[in-house]
Design a binder for this molecule. Structure first.
Ligand SMILES: C[C@H](O)[C@@H](O)[C@@H](O)[C@H](O)C(=O)O
Ligand SMILES: [Mg+2]
Length: 442
């Protein structure tokens, strides 16, 4: 199964008009259209792999272009060539001597690498007939470590240390962990009730439905207007009661001092964390915010726009975050997320993935299951984001039961979309967009 050569790589610009109803809106992204550069790879013996990277509308065409530019590094390789030296392949893709100039390992080119690598991981898991989380959990730790490019992180985590993080869990491994997960699932929190563009009425109604469905952890968008935020947070806190958890997310809206003073004013609502309080690149700024908010019992969470493992390393070294929000499409796929999860374990910081968008929940659930079973073995202060949009476009959509992600069973990375969904939502010629663009007169 691993011997066929990758003969085709197709990439589509797929967009969903979520901005029409303000789904996904926040203090910096007022009208996101959840979108993806969607990659399908195929070997000459008919094995397929599906990968995505997440975007929010305009600009997806640039990611598509970057995927096309990188495709020459993939075509002609067998899956065996790739996975037998996965860190080598990762480096060839992310450090190509000419293309690295437009990164390196950041921005559009990194999103494009993520889409391609996600497709390769999907193909590998399908070839093994396992859901991706199981492929990872069953893999020999030495082989797993060989998927990681350790360049630039050995001052924080050596290969040997990474191996001992995995092996130490392996030794004390409570073999019931996978069994428990299969029954109970992994705890989730919801962001679907409180997008910034939702009215108070919508917020109240969604929150009350979520409570009846068993949700206990809620994230609220903040940052555009303090008085609005005080009203919205007070409304949600009253509805969910003192025991349930509230998190707030400013999506990079503030300067450092502004973040501290703003969040201090929201402290009475007892948020567990403030997410992306300032520029995602400002590691020392996040450290200052963390220090200032610690006495209030509020942590800092970030990661959905953190470029790569090197930045996560520095966030951890500088005690600049208390919750690591890995994202399955922002960094270099599973390979780089393995490095990030192992560093987080070494620094004893919980991983609480970013999800939502289109397909992010489908993908990241595999990573957090692996994190629980093979790395952290703990649920303390840990939960995975869930957003209830667009799952119907996936062949193996997430299954949520009682506010928990139920472990995926189908082989692969849960990343395959229905052909019909892809065709209808292709930008700009799919039928959904043709009709929207016609209505807008463009
Ligand atoms: C534009 C997007 O919806 C973001 O608001 C979203 O990813 C958000 O930051 C989140 O944490 O879910
Ligand atoms: Mg966020």
């Amino acid at each position: 199964m691993l011997k066929g050569k990758i003969a085709k790589l197709a990439v589509s610009d797929v967009r969903f008009p979520t901005s029409l109803e303000q789904h996904g809106s926040d203090a910096m992204h007022a009208n996101p259209d959840y979108s993806a550069a969607y990659v399908v790879i195929e070997t000459d013996d008919g094995l397929k792999g599906y990968g995505i990277t997440f975007t929010v509308g305009r600009g997806t065409e640039i990611v598509v272009c970057a995927v096309e530019a990188l495709s020459t590094l993939v075509i002609g390789k067998t899956l065996e060539d790739i996975v037998s030296n996965f860190s080598g392949f990762y480096r060839c893709l992310t450090s190509d001597s000419q293309m690295r100039w437009i990164g390196p390992e950041k921005g559009v080119i990194q999103l494009a690498s993520a889409a391609i690598l996600n497709a390769i991981w999907d193909m590998w898991a399908r070839a093994e007939g396992k859901p991706l989380w199981k492929l990872l959990v069953d893999m020999d730790p030495k082989q797993l470590i060989r998927c990681i490019d350790f360049r630039y992180i050995t001052d924080a985590l050596t290969e040997q240390e990474a191996l001992s993080e995995l092996i130490s869990i392996g030794i004390q491994l409570n073999y019931d962990l996978p069994e428990e997960m299969l029954k109970e699932g992994y705890p989730a929190y919801t962001t679907s009730c409180a997008w910034l563009g939702y009215s108070d009425q919508q917020l109240t109604q969604l929150c009350s439905t979520a409570l009846t469905e068993g949700w206990t952890k809620f994230k609220v968008k903040v940052g555009a207007d303090l008085q609005d935020d005080i009203r919205r947070c007070s409304l949600i806190r009253k509805m969910i009661g003192p025991e349930n958890s509230l998190m707030i997310d400013a999506n990079q809206r503030w300067d450092v001092a502004e973040a501290i003073s703003y969040v201090t004013k929201l402290a009475e609502f007892r948020p567990l964390w403030i997410e992306e309080p300032t520029c995602p690149d400002d590691i020392l700024g996040h450290a200052a915010i963390s220090k200032a908010l610690a006495p209030l019992g509020i942590g800092v969470a970030t990661g959905e726009q953190c470029h790569n493992r090197v930045m996560f390393k520095q966030f951890l070294q500088a005690s600049a975050l208390q919750f690591v929000q890995i994202d399955s499409c922002r960094v270099g796929s599973v390979n780089e997320n393995l490095a990030i999860m192992l560093m987080a374990a070494k620094f004893r910081v919980p991983v609480c993935p970013h999800a939502g968008g289109v397909g992010l929940c489908e993908l990241v659930q595999h990573l957090i299951l692996f994190d629980y079973i093979s790395v952290s073995a703990s649920l303390e202060n840990r939960m995975c984001e869930y957003v209830d949009h667009l799952h119907e476009h996936f062949k193996s959509p997430t299954v949520i039961r009682n506010a928990h992600y139920m472990p995926p069973k189908d082989p692969g990375f849960s990343s395959e979309m229905f052909d019909e969904s892809v065709q209808k939502h292709q930008f700009p010629h799919g039928e959904v967009w043709r009709s929207i663009l016609e209505k807008n007169g463009s």
